[in-house]
Design a protein around this ligand. Structure first.
Ligand code: NAP
Ligand code: MG
Length: 401
């Protein structure tokens, strides 16, 4: 490897898997070159979260990162780890610095049939990670009062006022916003991801009801598509479709998958959990953050698998699925290989993916997959976390070395 990967270590069970993946599946086969940042909670606390910012800045500089799952502290974690502060979500911090979009895509393998059996290809989901209800202001309104939407100029002088509602009884009100530049960056990230992965783009919002707000999303997407992407999409044989969110939901259910489903913030939050569940296990969902200027951060979509970690600490064996974390590494290695013109590195990553799928298809897997596995004549065998990684290495060696 020439250019280093930005490596962001994490917490709990995924931190354990992280070290084992490197030891068993990477270091014996390639010379890993990484710039290491420890995003584990103790180090974040020690550096007052400076390490997270440094890792994000390294990603801006080097272009490709691989990240382990990390704890987002809550009150209970502050006590458990004796934290100086309730540090913010590292993913949120990194996303803000890179101004990126998160794409999630399931890892399909023979023998694991999605709950929607028609979905034979992966459905990738892009979630806009800015604004709407996630940065909203809301309040309760007493009966008899009125709520207004007021816009002021830089000096605070009122330029627009609209009545939201004259409350005849007690109620609630909410103010949400978004930014044209954020929607535009989101649109470009989505169109770029679709081009790279050869996927049609389906975007749905509710512009028939929200004639200014949702309609603005639709307009910005249409404008950017027409001016910057239409020709490239035609050349790549892929399409862009906008339709109402209800229509997209209905079409997705009937589809065979294989598209990028672009979602506004709330839709993406909800629908990505539905899609992940439908494809089987959280341990089989990969995730990548892509910035509009082409920086990449690869990770698993799941968290640190706390329940398994507590078992591990007690000295019990766990059967935690490492596949999404392996995919974070292979995704990053492939992208690094592609950017550096290092075909050997990209080929290694592809082979590691193939060996992982081959291992599961031949009946060796972690406990989460066992009840889902159905493949004629193959009896699923439940391995421990480490046992499964060793099995993958055995298969890899048999096929490729
Ligand atoms: P989680 O770690 O994703 O785990 C939830 C449950 O899903 C697990 O208890 C396990 O079910 C199952 N699961 C998830 N990944 C699995 C895998 N690889 N193999 C087998 N089973 C798996 O979510 P959480 O418990 O809500 O969150 C734990 C911590 O992770 C929190 O501190 C949270 O802040 C953090 N988190 C981080 C990220 C990130 O860094 N991207 C994302 C989400 C959450 P069973 O227990 O039934 O086996
Ligand atoms: Mg959600």
């Amino acid at each position: 490897m020439s250019t280093p990967l930005v490596e962001m270590d994490g917490d709990e069970m995924t931190r354990v898997l992280w070290a084992w993946i490197k030891e068993i599946l990477l270091e014996p086969y390639i010379k890993l070159n990484t710039e290491y940042y420890d995003l584990g909670l103790p180090e974040r606390d020690k550096t007052c979260d400076g390490v997270t910012v440094a890792a994000a800045e390294a990603t801006r500089r080097l272009g490709v990162a691989v990240k382990c799952a990390t704890i987002t502290p809550n009150a209970q974690r502050v006590e458990e780890y004796g934290l100086k502060e309730m540090w913010k979500s590292p993913n949120g911090t990194i996303r803000r610095i890179l101004d990126g979009t998160v794409f999630r895509s399931p890892i399909l393998v023979k023998g694991i049939t999605p709950y929607v059996p028609g979905w034979v290809k992966p459905i990738a989901i892009a979630r806009h990670a800015y604004g709407d209800i996630y940065n909203s202001v809301e309040t309760r309104v007493g009966g008899g009062n009125s709520a207004y939407l007021i816009v002021c100029d830089g000096e605070g002088k009122e330029v627009e006022r609209k009545l939201i509602h004259k409350f005849s009884s007690d109620g609630i009100v909410q103010g949400v916003h978004n930014l044209d530049c954020s929607v535009a960056a989101f649109a470009r990230s989505c169109f770029n991801y679709a081009l790279e992965n050869g996927l049609d783009v389906w975007f749905g919002a509710k512009d028939t009801i929200s004639k200014t707000y949702d309609a603005r999303f639709k307009e910005i997407f249409a404008e950017i598509y027409k001016n910057e992407y239409m020709g490239r999409f035609a050349a790549a044989g892929i399409t862009y479709m906008y339709t109402l969110i209800d229509d997209v939901v209905a079409r997705v259910m009937r589809s065979e998958g294989g598209m990028l489903w672009v979602c506004k913030n709330y839709d993406g939050d909800v629908m990505s959990d539905m899609v992940a569940t439908a494809y089987g296990s959280l341990g089989m969902m990969s995730s990548v953050l892509v910035s509009p200027d082409g920086k990449y951060e690869f990770e698993a979509a799941h968290g640190t698998v706390t329940r398994h970690y507590y078992k591990h600490l007690k000295g019990e064996e766990t059967s935690t699925n490492p596949v999404a974390t392996i995919w974070a590494w292979t995704g990053a290695l492939k992208k690094r290989g592609e950017l550096d013109g290092n075909e050997k590195l990209a080929a290694f990553a592809q082979r590691l993916e193939n060996a992982t799928l081959r291992t599961i298809e031949s009946g060796y897997m972690t406990g989460d997959l066992v009840p889902l596995f159905r493949l004629g004549g193959v009896e699923p065998k439940r391995l421990t976390s480490r046992g499964f990684l060793l099995k993958i290495a055995e298969v890899f060696t048999k096929i490729f070395v």
